[in-house]
Design a protein around this ligand. Structure first.
Ligand code: GDP
Length: 316
């Protein structure tokens, strides 16, 4: 990937896609296709193909597709699954048809089996039943991964998949109902601070453990892999340490400066008990995340504060 290579980030307005675009621009890439014309609706195969024919990207980061936190997955399984199936098909096919030299598909750690041995290694994919709260989304992501492998096997396309840990950062979905735990709790605690509420409700028991990765670090990992990786096996990209939801809630309380109490609501679902990625492959290649968690939470909160109160309530 040279400074003038044509690069397209599918889903450039998503948490991870936006971070990849920021990172590419900061490292002097001048051939970024995004922004030359409005992005097509990537769930529409014909429009996506026409866009690829006009722009012929050589390198494609596939970060498109709707995602959401545990509540969104329970409430909108059909929408999440359909959107991810459609964008996987349209972007992968158009990239191949229009001669993309490489494609990186962003999968999800939700796609590992619920009872997967920890830390989860790519050899465990498809070895057992999925977590029921996000099975349709996880299935769609697995279909995308399999599609990339199939295009590699049949056509020799240099397509591969990356399984990220739970990502967070600027441009995340900060709505309390649909967002993932970090943005949802940032918003809930900020609003509780402003309103002087005595406690904030945190879903579940607080015991599940998650591995988090700051979106800018994940973007860095994706660009590193695009430059250095070209094998059929998917790669895990994580931040290393895991935190319980109780611990992460405490760290968010600190970042936001909220003085009230954290109250767990065990009537809400916990989801997977533990998600920790075996990132040995990436580590062996020499990549490590650069941003300490506290700093990443503080930067994310600062970014949240730049949104107008209206946007904080209704949109990404
Ligand atoms: P998951 O990794 O797919 O389960 O994604 P989430 O980020 O949605 O949830 C992670 C964990 O945080 C789950 O155990 C949730 O029950 C818990 N959690 C606690 N409070 C919240 C909240 O306000 N929003 C979300 N999304 N999760 C929460």
């Amino acid at each position: 990937m040279k400074a003038d290579s044509r690069i397209f980030v599918a889903g450039g307005d998503t948490l991870i896609g936006a971070a990849i675009l920021r990172r590419l621009a900061a490292s002097g890439h001048e051939g970024i296709v995004n922004g030359r014309e409005p992005d097509p609706d990537l769930a529409d195969g014909a429009r996506t193909m026409a866009f690829f024919e006009r722009n012929a990207p050589e390198f494609v980061f596939h970060a498109a597709g709707r995602s959401g936190g545990i509540r969104e997955n329970i409430d909108r399984p059909a929408e999440l699954m359909r959107d991810n199936l459609l964008v996987a098909e349209s972007v992968v096919h158009a990239a191949w048809k229009c001669g993309a030299r490489k494609l990186l598909y962003l999968a999800s750690s939700c796609s590992y089996p619920r009872a997967c041995p920890q830390p989860m290694s790519v050899g465990s994919l498809m070895s057992g039943p999925l977590e029921p709260t996000n099975e349709p989304y996880a299935m769609a992501k697995l279909a995308g991964v399999s599609l990339c492998s199939a295009y590699r096997a049949q056509y020799g396309a240099r397509f591969f998949s990356v399984f990220p840990a739970n990502a967070f950062g600027p441009f995340d979905d900060f709505r309390a109902e649909s967002g993932h735990v970090i943005p949802a709790l940032i918003r809930k605690m900020h609003e509780a601070k402003v309103a002087g509420r005595p406690f904030v409700e945190v879903w579940g028991t607080g015991k599940p453990r998650r591995e988090f990765v700051y979106a800018d670090d994940l973007a860095d990992a994706c660009i590193f892999l695009m430059r250095n990786y070209d094998r059929p096996e998917p790669v895990n990209a994580g931040g290393g340490e895991t935190f319980s939801i109780g611990e992460i809630a405490e760290l968010i309380r600190e970042a936001v400066g909220y003085r009230g109490l954290i109250r767990f609501d065990p009537s809400k679902p916990d989801g997977m008990p533990l998600k920790s990625l075996d990132a040995g492959e990436l580590t062996a290649m020499g990549w490590r995340p650069a941003t300490p968690l506290r700093e990443a939470l503080a930067t994310t909160y600062e970014w949240f504060l730049t949104l107008s109160p209206e946007v904080r309530c209704h949109a990404r």
